[in-house]
Design a protein around this ligand. Sequence first.
Ligand SMILES: C[S@@+](CC[C@H](N)C(=O)[O-])C[C@H]1O[C@@H](n2cnc3c(N)ncnc32)[C@H](O)[C@@H]1O
Length: 385
Amino acid sequence: MFEYQRSHRYFAQAGRGLEELAQSELEELGAKDCKEGFCGVYFTASQETLYRINYCGRIISRVLAPLVSFPCPSDQVLYKKAEALDWASIFPAQKTFAIFSSVSDSRIKHSQFASLRLKDAIADYFRKKYGRRPDVDTEEPDVWLNLNIRKDQAVISLDTSGGSLHRRGYRKETVAAPIQETLAAAVIRISGWPGPDDDIKPLLDPMCGSGTLLSEALMAYCRIPAGFKRGTYGFFHLPDFDFNLWREVKNACDSRIREYPQGARLIKGSDISLQAVEASLRNLKEIPGGFRIPVQRKDFRDIRKAENHVIISNPPYGVRTSDMENLQVLFKDMGDFLKQRCQGSTAYILVGNKELSKHIGLKISRRIPLYNGPLEIRLVKIEAY
Ligand SMILES: C[S@@+](CC[C@H](N)C(=O)[O-])C[C@H]1O[C@@H](n2cnc3c(N)ncnc32)[C@H](O)[C@@H]1O
């Protein structure tokens, strides 16, 4: 019996700064006894809840099911413990696998070495038992395994998501510096949009790039599960995977999907770049109702009015210092746009650099620290009166 089968405890990874939000999402999806950890949340769940979390979780990036935990002072111990596991109940030798390791404060110093030893143990287990070993595929493996060694304590887990959940399947085209889907979903959730049906303000992204915020807003509005376009999950490989239960969970979640009303204009986007507009339209088309979302080629300075809207946007970050002067002007113009043409609107702007938010020239009512990959950013909230 594996550890998760005894404890029903799992770990959901989430981006740095998103732990609290991830916890509230997990609880909504039925997780119990949640406890925040570094870049994630520990929780207890039934099989049904585990499937639902993987299918519907918008903010989490993967869910790990621990197979075994043990004190790990050396690579020999790692090898021995790993070789003794019942790998055949997880996958046959014909499937491919990959190991993702992280190591800290331990006698085993290098994650690559840890992965290698675990891989050797799995390969030797299969070779001894069946005379052949599964291949490693680090790009698109059938089975994703995770090894975490911290303070000489190892946990070998199956990634029940089967690769990061940010890969929704709708991103067919991209632009420079797209925001990650899980972060975009988090920003939409922080904004509280759409809110109650009788009081929905239209959502506008006036610098929409490849349309990630628009796509996540559409999925949130229509209650489309985040994994709607994903074919497989890592939990299909759990030895106790129940296909009928998975179908029931999926059908129940899909039955909540609602149509995006024709002519609703609840979600709209624009961007100065034609390539970005085309990418947004292409990506939105992948989502039910997405063909109804208007995306125009426009400099935000030319938008005549956006009163009583929720404006959510991710302007260019400006990593090089040479970009800074242009960006200062862009943020000042953004402030003027909000002040002069967006009365009654609330804006949530992702700012890559603290200095830039000053140039908006409007009172910032909330500042939320977030991370876009390794980049520390801020989500600033502005009420435009
Ligand atoms: C960081 S990207 C947005 C990425 C987007 N969130 C995504 O996920 O793909 C910034 C976008 O701002 C657009 N942009 C820059 N200046 C603009 C302006 N004056 N008016 C409208 N869009 C602008 C760029 O073309 C670019 O697509």
